[in-house]
Design a protein around this ligand. Structure first.
Ligand SMILES: CC(C)(COP(=O)(O)OP(=O)(O)OC[C@H]1O[C@@H](n2cnc3c(N)ncnc32)[C@H](O)[C@@H]1OP(=O)(O)O)[C@@H](O)C(=O)NCCC(=O)NCCS
Length: 153
């Protein structure tokens, strides 16, 4: 597997992958119309381009077929992000958010998530991040277990 930076030219690839992985992960807990609204509003050209420009965004790609290099996962790290519950003395600046971290269903459980997370944590060190936070659904135990493994709790 290889890790490739996203540029604005990749906005459609990111949008499609974000939609696919959101649907695979959370599709079952939304009504069809709420899911459709979410998928149609959160991954538009303008939002994707703005996020790629302002965040650190990388793809995880299969490299077994060099020509295809299909993206199968991605992360987005958002700078200067905190929510109202986070005190500055507890979460020092610069504070970053792990905005999205997703692998396709077919890619999970084979070590790709760990590879991508180690890379993301290195990037945070490089940019001098002092704090990191993320949101995870209370019933997404797989992701919670995964994050805890990397000391994120
Ligand atoms: C959570 C996720 C990123 C983990 O990536 P992955 O490639 O499946 O994980 P890895 O194969 O590298 O495994 C790393 C660890 O993840 C956890 N994990 C992986 N599969 C798991 C499962 N089926 N059940 C519980 N924990 C699991 C374990 O802690 C595992 O450590 P171990 O190998 O020492 O047991 C991935 O499953 C994913 O993208 N899930 C859907 C999207 C999602 O929920 N994103 C988070 C939104 S907040």
């Amino acid at each position: 597997m290889i890790i490739v930076p996203a540029t604005v030219e990749h906005w459609e690839v990111l949008s499609a992958l974000a939609k696919q992985t959101f649907d695979e992960t959370f599709g079952h807990i939304y009504t069809p119309s709420d899911l459709e609204t979410h998928l149609n509003t959160k991954y538009t050209h303008d939002l994707m381009v703005a996020e790629i420009k302002s965040e650190i965004v990388y793809f995880l790609c299969n490299d077994d077929d060099a020509a295809a290099r299909a993206p199968v996962g991605f992360f987005q790290l958002k700078p200067n992000s905190r929510n109202e519950l986070m005190a500055v003395d507890e979460f020092a600046d610069p504070c970053w958010e792990l905005h999205r971290f997703y692998l396709t269903n077919a890619t999970q459980g084979k070590g790709g998530g760990s590879l991508l997370m180690r890379f993301a944590l290195e990037k945070l060190k490089e940019v001098g991040a002092k704090s990191l936070w993320l949101s995870v659904w209370s019933e997404n135990f797989k992701a919670q277990h995964f994050y805890e493994k990397f000391g994120i709790k």
